[in-house]
Ligand binder design. Structure first.
Ligand code: NAD
Length: 435
């Protein structure tokens, strides 16, 4: 198994080689790269949680604060049995780049607890969430470190954590800070933002719009799209792409997917999936679902379809050395985190498949988290349309910067995105005199 933290360092060193010529002071540049290889702060503990049977169980927990040169640390909390210190460190490094990509004023952080939350009752899950928030209470805050949901955590868990933080800290802190702004991804009732649910998928569609123009397509309906995954991100990507006139021809879930040559109807497909518990028979066109509209396909088949744009929106490492050579799409928009392995990346580059990397494509989510924080701090809330109107220019600008770098250095979308992000973090470190 490859070590994610070592991979993130390797990736950083690769970017550094391309960036170094543009820095006059090589010593300061090298010092900055060295600092970025290790999180600024790393905390770990064992959380003690009372279980329903009266016994106390211990759960290993981490928080990594990678870099805050551009603003407070920002990044989700993961509850999963495979969480490790190295995974949390790598994810916090990637958050530093992701926040820099859209220019939001944050650095990178990430947290995790080694636990299978499906084995916990709701009461146990609440006690675990509260124990984690109490452990972090003197390490996080609206101007210090702002966690959010990640794998297996959600708005409910953020609500428990806000409550615990408020109960744990001193009256002075409660009186001077809006502690709810410490967490984003909260339910609307306690300060969440309108538009957060759809933000990641919608942000990806803004990227699709820019990409379609650069690739020189005339008519949106001529652009065929296959989406792996039909959860939060996949569904909203399909919905907005369809609304704008693109032709979504395939979507899939864990048990398989569907292909509809004339373009499927995302709303009806979702309705049908909810009713039937699976996608296989949900071949819906213009509001009508009929098996004669298309065919069922496997997840492997979906990835290898002859479409214009492939949108992996489910799991990591689904495009790897075994199938990368069979990808026929002209471009891939990485909506999931890490769907393409480094070996596959090399194969795609050779085959001239353009890849828009995850830190750019799915940055709509963290950008609307930033909007949630900004609304909490000003105590004034925006409508869904205001949120969308503020999201688009940030996604557009991030795409334009990537495209400019890609052309200038004749490099890949991933490298161009990382170059911009790492450069802006290093410049902030230099301005602050950290190196
Ligand atoms: P989700 O749980 O809502 O949806 C995941 C989807 O993947 C489901 O439709 C599920 O059926 C499908 N799936 C599971 N196993 C599959 C398989 N073997 N093959 C094909 N499909 C499979 O999750 P989500 O929030 O939509 O997140 C999807 C990806 O996007 C993850 O990588 C996540 O880290 C990333 N992401 C999400 C957000 C966000 O705001 N939700 C933000 C940034 C990145």
């Amino acid at each position: 198994m490859s070590n994610p933290h070592k991979n993130s360092i390797k990736q950083l060193n690769k970017v550094a080689k391309l960036l170094e010529p543009s820095y006059k002071d090589k010593k300061r540049f090298k010092a900055a790269i060295k600092m970025l290889q290790t999180p600024q702060n790393f905390f770990e503990t064992e959380l003690e949680v009372r279980m329903d049977n009266g016994k106390t169980n211990k759960f290993k927990a981490y928080r990594s604060q990678h870099n805050n040169a551009r603003g407070p640390f920002k990044g989700g909390i993961r509850f999963h049995q495979n969480v490790s210190a190295d995974e949390v460190k790598a994810l916090s490094t990637w958050m530093t780049w992701k926040c820099a990509v859209t220019g939001i004023p944050y650095g990178g952080g990430k947290g995790g607890v080694i636990v299978n939350p499906r084995e916990l009752s709701e009461g146990e899950l609440q006690r675990l969430s509260r124990a984690y928030a109490a452990f972090l209470s003197d390490k996080i805050g609206p101007w210090v470190d702002i966690p959010a949901p990640d794998v297996n955590t959600n708005g409910q868990i953020m609500a428990w954590m806000v409550d615990e933080l408020e109960n744990t800290v001193s009256l002075d802190r409660r009186a001077s800070e809006n502690l709810a702004a410490t967490f984003t991804g909260k339910p609307i009732m306690i300060g969440g933002s309108q538009g957060r649910d759809e933000a990641t998928g919608l942000g990806g569609v803004f990227i699709l719009e820019k990409l379609a123009k650069e690739l020189g397509y005339d008519r949106k309906r001529d652009i065929t799209i296959a989406i792996q995954g039909f959860g939060n991100v996949g569904y909203w990507f399909a919905h907005h792409a369809d609304q704008l006139g693109y032709k979504v021809v395939a979507v899939s879930g864990s048990k398989g997917g569907i292909y509809v040559e004339d373009g499927l109807d995302p709303e009806q497909t979702m309705e049908c999936k909810k009713k039937k518990g699976g996608l296989e028979t949900c071949l819906c066109v213009d509001g009508k679902c009929n098996v004669s509209n298309g065919k069922s396909i496997t997840n492997e088949e979906l990835l290898e379809l002859d479409v214009d744009i492939l949108v992996p929106s489910a799991l990591e490492n689904v495009i790897n050395k075994d199938n990368a050579g069979k990808i026929k799409a002209k471009a891939i928009i990485e909506m999931a985190n890490g769907p393409i392995t480094p070996e596959a990346d090399e194969i795609l580059k050779k085959n001239k498949v353009l890849v828009i990397p995850d830190v750019l494509a799915n940055a709509g989510g963290v950008t609307v988290s930033y909007f949630e924080w900004a609304q909490n701090l000003q105590g004034y809330y925006w409508t869904r349309d205001e949120v969308v109107a503020k999201l688009q220019p940030l996604m557009d600008k991030a795409f334009d910067s990537m495209w400019e770098m890609l052309k200038k250095h004749k490099t890949t979308g991933r490298m161009a995105t990382y170059m911009n992000a790492v450069k802006s973090v290093i410049d902030a470190m230099m301005l602050r005199g950290r190196v």
